[in-house]
Design a protein around this ligand. Structure first.
Ligand code: ATP
Ligand code: MG
Length: 636
């Protein structure tokens, strides 16, 4: 048996012994009394009786061995600033913010909503909350007032931490007016607002409620705020899912299980080592940012690089498609984490930029968040010359469900597959209607996880156990299993392939087709940069596939004749690969696709527009103009 197979088997057959061992990767104030309590399924309590603190594990415990080494490197190509904080400095900053929050009445169990751009103060605030045992709820910066208001009402924060403004591609987005409007709309009113002033946009302060962070932090310059020891099962934070498929769900996470899960993943999956630099290009508003910008790397004693800006903009705010690689060289980044959507942006840049810098420090690039298509994977893998590691997970899981654990054993990756189940995860494929387990190779079904779910996995939906059980655990009749709502298959070697979301399936004349498969066939065409396929109601066939394509050469689409030719080629390619049934009824060319703020395709909204329905909740959309283009392309 391979080393990883053995490692995995132990995690499933003897979870208590396995996780007791992993628990040693973090500091405990009181060791856990019971490793696993699965007595009330599907709820799981990990490390009950143990007490610990995330901030202690991320910051304090490194002071002795690496106090002067960099912990947080904050880079903004929006403001042209670059600042590094050692573990000692981070420790001081976090305590100052913690003392400020205490002055505003924050204590254990209180909620603090963080609505901030990617500036170091955002990380200080998260760590300060963790230090005090306050529950943080980070809301992606720049969300409109309506989305922010509904999250304020759901989280009912005592304090909101925010800033004057964020910036994107040189365009300043004032946050404070959005926040003021959100608080006006919400029924819950926070007692206080703590504001970082970057000098980007004027702020009108509300007397008695609004406080400038700089002033409070100055007052508490020498603050010593001890860590509040929390029970392992105490809540550390809540975070909302991306809202790709509907109303975002408030994912609630514990403290001890999360700390152990992250420490273990840094070792076994990311293979990141203390003293090195980790660079995740995500945002703290998403789960990847929580796990792998803030807590994971710091718990592992690594410096974490926090980046504000586009992937194509230099420190001088001039276009620079090589900025990320410049940073990898400068900070000797060993582990990098990004998303396929970002790589597709870079793919439109000159490939020579990947060769311009010394990237010899880099061991691997991890990508997650959406399907990694083969052409994109090949392009970046050839360009960087390091392993590209796809990893599949969800806000709900907090850390990868499917990938390869190169820290345990060097394992081959396969293009198109995120990999194999990670330790602790009993991943199964079930028949969508009978719930029967499909154990044969290449049988397509719903990807589910059998309980008990591993440490780090969501505890429940915030304030709504019923929604947690009903939404996730009751989709398969007669079985209590967690549904990922994704389709998948497993090949003969045990590698999983994600075939799209269960609501992304279309039914053409009685045949069920995954939109993802059609997209794969189309993205293989040399002239295609990006594609979205949706099923559209059709009187004759039930549904037909519609493809929206972003061509590599924008001019190609504007010329009617070339567009027609390309449409024909694309249709033929799909028919050749998947059969005539899968051939899209129409192919339309656009210059951008509608996505969520986290870069995920909003197929649900595209479909609604195609069917002339109301696209519904669009609060998480990045660029409403892209949806407008879809609309126009239909009438063309
Ligand atoms: P919502 O649940 O609110 O609709 P969401 O599912 O997009 O939003 P996330 O938790 O951010 O919110 O995304 C998880 C989903 O992203 C997965 O269920 C899967 O569909 C997709 N995904 C993530 N990583 C991968 C990957 N490596 N390959 C394929 N799909 C992925
Ligand atoms: Mg989801």
């Amino acid at each position: 048996m391979s080393r990883y197979a053995d490692f995995y088997r132990r995690s499933i057959e003897a979870p208590e012994a396995f996780w007791a061992e992993q628990a040693q990767l973090i500091d405990w104030q009181t060791p856990p009394q019971q490793i696993l309590d699965a007595g009330n399924p599907p709820f799981v309590r990990w490390f009950a009786g143990g007490t610990t603190n995330l901030c202690h594990n991320a910051v304090d415990r490194h002071l002795a061995a690496r106090g002067d080494q960099p912990a947080l490197i904050a880079i903004s190509t929006e403001t042209g600033t670059e600042r590094s904080y050692s573990f000692k400095e981070l420790h001081a900053e976090v305590q100052r913010v913690a003392a400020s929050l205490m002055e505003l009445g924050v204590g254990k169990g209180d909620r603090v909503l963080i609505y901030m751009p990617m500036i170091p103060e955002a990380a200080f605030a998260m760590l300060a909350c963790a230090r005090l045992g306050a529950i943080h709820c980070v809301v992606f910066g720049g969300f409109a007032s309506g989305s922010l208001a509904s999250r304020i009402d759901d989280a009912t924060p005592k304090v909101v931490v925010s800033a004057d403004a964020g910036s994107r591609g040189g365009k300043v987005l004032a946050y404070k007016p959005l926040l003021d409007e959100a608080i006006r709309q919400s029924s819950h009113k926070p007692e206080a607002v703590l504001l970082a002033d970057r000098g980007l946009a004027p702020m009108a302060l509300t007397e008695g409620r609004d406080h400038l962070m700089a002033a409070l932090v100055q007052k508490h310059r020498d603050a010593h705020v001890p860590c509040t020891w929390l029970d392992a099962t105490d809540i550390s934070y809540t975070i909302y899912t991306s809202g790709t498929t509907g109303r975002p769900k408030g994912v609630q996470r514990d403290t001890g299980g999360y700390a152990v899960a992250l420490a273990a993943s840094m070792k076994h999956i990311f293979d990141g080592r203390a003293g090195e630099t980790y660079f995740s290009t995500s945002d703290i508003g998403w789960v990847v940012g929580h796990s792998y910008i803030v807590y994971g790397p710091l718990i592992a004693g690594m410096a974490t690089l926090m980046y504000e800006g586009l992937p194509t903009q230099g420190m001088d705010r001039q276009p620079d498609g090589g900025i990320w690689w410049r940073l990898v060289e400068k900070y000797k980044v060993t582990v990098m984490f990004s998303a396929p959507t970002a790589v597709r942006v870079l793919k439109k840049q000159d490939a020579a930029l990947l060769k311009k810098y010394d990237l010899s420090s880099l061991r691997a690039l991890f990508l997650a968040g959406e399907p990694l298509d083969e052409p994109t994977a090949r392009w970046i893998s050839e360009g960087l010359g390091v392993p590209i590691i796809d990893n599949y997970w969800q806000t709900e899981s907090g850390w990868p469900i499917l990938t390869v654990a190169n820290g345990v054993e060097q394992t081959r990756s396969k293009f198109g597959s995120p990999g194999v189940p990670m330790y602790g995860y009993k991943v199964k494929i079930l028949h969508e209607s009978t719930g029967e387990e499909l154990s044969g190779a290449n049988e397509k079904g719903v990807v589910v996880i059998e309980g008990p779910t591993p440490p780090g996995f969501m505890q429940t939906v915030w304030k709504d156990d019923e929604r947690f059980v009903d939404t996730y655990w009751k989709t398969v009749p007669g079985k209590l299993v967690y549904s990922t709502f994704d389709w998948g298959i497993r090949d003969e070697d045990g590698y999983f392939y994600i075939l799209g979301r269960t609501d992304d399936v279309i039914n053409v004349a009685g045949h069920r087709l995954g939109t993802r498969e059609i997209e794969e066939a189309i993205s293989g065409h040399a002239k295609v940069a990006e594609v979205a396929v949706v099923g559209v109601a059709d009187a004759l066939k039930g549904q037909v596939a519609m493809a929206f394509v972003v061509p590599k050469d924008a001019a190609a689409a504007s010329d009617e004749k070339t567009a027609l030719l390309l449409e024909g080629e694309i249709m033929k390619q799909v028919a050749d690969q998947l059969g005539a049934l899968a051939r899209p009824a129409r192919v339309r060319f656009v210059s951008a696709l509608p996505k969520t703020r986290s870069g995920k395709l909003l197929r649900r909204a595209i479909q609604a527009v195609c069917e002339e329905r109301d696209p519904g909740d669009l609060t998480t959309i990045e660029d409403p103009g892209a949806l407008q283009q879809i609309r126009q392309s239909l009438s063309a």
